[in-house]
Write a protein that binds this ligand. Structure first.
Ligand SMILES: [Ca+2]
Length: 166
């Protein structure tokens, strides 16, 4: 074999190895443990079940690694003078390699004289911490309504939210 031919073969092997390295992680990253996926949490609907408008802000807090500490909290813009909102806010983040579960919570606050007052969507006025699976395609939906327990009370609302892992 000529020296020139050996160089061609060596280059061809290097190119093939480079392409393999570039494509293999994508091929191998479909929901197996140790992969990095991304979660999106969406508030899909919110309303007061009433006619008195409020100024409301939403907050989503995600515990990306499931250790009980919310490391990715974020607030929405303020929605002024409203009683119903459709898909007002979403928040996404990376799920670390090796974390099989994550958790998050969704909050709504009405703003009165620049003070944020929690709007409760459970009858016992606690904010539920919910859990999701770190697996591509995993998802779940939740719907809460505390407006029947406390009609005409501006501190209570209805809310629906979901998560999806891609
Ligand atoms: Ca955490």
């Amino acid at each position: 074999m000529s020296k020139k031919m050996m160089v061609y073969i060596a280059v061809a092997i290097l190119v093939a190895a480079g392409l393999g390295a570039a494509f293999l992680p994508g091929v191998l990253s479909n929901g197996q443990q140790g992969d990095i996926n991304a979660v999106q949490v969406y508030i899909t609907s919110w309303d007061t079940n009433g006619t008195t408008p409020v100024d409301v802000v939403f907050k989503i807090s995600i515990d990306l690694n499931g250790d009980g500490s919310y490391d990715f909290p974020k607030e929405s813009a303020v929605f002024g003078n409203t009683t119903i909102e459709s898909a007002p806010f979403k928040l996404g983040g990376p799920l670390p390699a090796g974390s099989m579960h994550f958790s998050f919570e969704v909050e709504a606050f009405r703003i009165v004289d620049n003070i944020w007052l929690p709007m409760h969507y459970t009858a016992n006025q606690t904010t539920p911490q919910v859990w999701g699976d770190n697996q591509v395609g995993a998802g779940q939906t939740w719907s809460y309504d505390a407006t029947n327990a406390y009609p005409e009370d501006l501190n209570f609302c209805r809310i629906s939210f979901l998560y999806f892992v891609a």
